[in-house]
Write a protein that binds this ligand. Structure first.
Ligand code: SF4
Length: 308
């Protein structure tokens, strides 16, 4: 149903919709994050707030857009782009400040979309209404950091919100014209295979449009790095991760767009596991495993929902 890929690939969706490959420009607006301001960042987060670090170098949104659009055009002959506010919490400002920020990125030629990464406890109706005002002219996504459906894990990793907060944010966003993506992490401390699959079943029931699946990885300078160096946590090996991702995909509805299948960090920032640096190999192995099983995204979701 998805060709050889066997999952509902986000890039293919964009290619079909816009007639060419669409490139995401990762932006760092330096908006900060409520968790970091409280002095209790998520245990896996570093000073760059899971972003490029551009705001720490005082690079404006215009500088970042110009630099990366030029680079993608030069090296990949890119034609169209999505402005992706990635670092920190990109709804952590007033509605008017946020609106101006998004407009500054959208006014560049050939930008066809807006993606906003944020925490589920940092949106309200006013912010969603403002974001949805762009949805008539652009491909607009909000990406919520869900990570897991288990409150005990959310507490352990210092997320500062609950699963109920995520469900509330999703309910608030649904029907606004803004598409919803959630981020999940596989391999979180203390989580069993059954815990991970329970999260997969919860994601399947949320009625969202997209998912980013991340591998738990250790970034230099994070609290998680201390846990790892002290031997307090164990990381997944590649084979186990591939197996878990395939199981996860099987229970998701076939219509959910898969935006990411593993983590992505520069080698200078990564402590472990080193195997995740070979992103293409991980994705290839996931595809091979689905093929070996003669499986695909939605295989077990369909069985469950058709009562078979
Ligand atoms: S919400 Fe995001 S930016 Fe804030 S501490 Fe957690 S990972 Fe870092």
């Amino acid at each position: 149903m998805f060709g050889d890929v066997r999952y509902n690939n986000f890039n293919s969706y964009l290619q079909k919709k816009f007639g060419c490959r669409v490139y995401k420009i990762s932006l760092d607006a330096g908006l900060g994050c409520p968790n970091r301001e409280l002095g209790t960042p998520c245990v896996y987060c570093d000073a760059q707030g899971s972003g490029t670090g551009a705001s720490l170098e005082q690079a404006s949104i215009e500088d970042q857009m110009t630099k990366w659009m030029r680079s993608y055009r030069k090296y990949y002959s890119a034609e169209k782009f999505i402005a992706y506010f990635q670092a920190y919490t990109n709804t952590h400002a007033t509605v008017s400040e946020l609106k101006q920020l998004y407009i500054r990125a959208l006014h560049f030629d050939d930008v066809v979309g807006l993606a906003i990464g944020t925490r589920p406890d940092c949106v309200d109706h006013e912010k969603i209404d403002m974001i949805s005002s762009f949805a008539g002219d652009y491909e607009v996504w909000v990406e919520y950091g869900m990570q897991t459906s288990h409150d005990k894990t959310l507490s352990l990793i210092q997320r500062g919100h609950t699963y109920a907060d995520l469900k509330k944010a999703v309910a608030m966003t649904k029907g606004s014209g803004v598409k919803i993506c959630v981020h999940v992490i596989i391999g979180l401390p203390g989580e069993s295979y059954d815990d991970i699959m329970q999260t997969a079943h919860e994601v399947a029931q949320l009625g969202i449009d997209g998912v980013k699946i991340h591998l738990l990885h250790v970034i230099k300078g994070s609290q998680l790095e201390q846990w790892y160096l002290n031997g307090d946590i164990r990381l997944l090996d590649k084979e186990t991760y591939v197996h878990f991702v395939c199981d996860f995909l099987e229970v998701l509805p076939p219509n959910i767009l898969i935006q990411r299948l593993t983590g992505e960090r520069h080698q200078d920032m990564l402590t472990a596991p080193k195997w995740c640096l070979q992103k293409a190999v991980v994705i290839r192995d996931i595809q091979r495993e689905l093929k070996r099983r003669n499986s695909r995204q939605g295989l077990r979701w369909k069985d469950k929902n058709s009562g078979l």
